[in-house]
Design a protein around this ligand. Sequence first.
Ligand SMILES: Cc1cc2nc3c(=O)[nH]c(=O)nc-3n(C[C@H](O)[C@H](O)[C@H](O)COP(=O)(O)O)c2cc1C
Length: 170
Amino acid sequence: MAFYEITPAQLGENVFEMFREGFLLTAERDGKVNTMTVGWGALGVMWGKNVMITSVRPERYTYEFMEASDTFSMAVLPREDKKKVGYCGSVSGRDTDKIAECGFDVEYADGTPYFAQSRVVFICKKLAAPALEQASFLGDDTIPNRWYDAKSGGYHTLFFGEILKILIKE
Ligand SMILES: Cc1cc2nc3c(=O)[nH]c(=O)nc-3n(C[C@H](O)[C@H](O)[C@H](O)COP(=O)(O)O)c2cc1C
């Protein structure tokens, strides 16, 4: 089945539900593609543009791809593929070829990889990438103490991507 492009106003998906299901964040570096599950982020408007915000800890292999690439995709799979979303969020592309194991076929839009199996795809161009730090939390240590340590990982970088295209399955 082919994809077709829609405008943000035509998106018939609930943003909170999509983040709850988990997005696959996919980017390419030196001809290699990697993907990981992302549950934290936002969709909205910044600097007069429609933006997708995705949050990536520095330990993730995908972080290296996000640094190297000007663009990325954020995609949701059909709801029955929940296990694949969990898998891509529990193993690293450093150790495993997750994409082959999940049987994903890589396609490109605007030179940016995504999977043919997706339900909805956002093709995004990086605009800004502020890294959170302890001081970002306005003197209240509840969040940093809860979410950032040696086990959970380091402070997220918030990648703001301009939404170039939204693709949905026919
Ligand atoms: C449901 C779910 C949501 C996740 N959300 C995030 C997230 O928002 N940011 C993040 O850095 N890691 C998140 N993770 C963890 C990464 O997906 C996981 O560490 C992944 O294995 C990294 O793969 P990589 O090393 O190939 O990049 C999430 C994992 C799951 C299962």
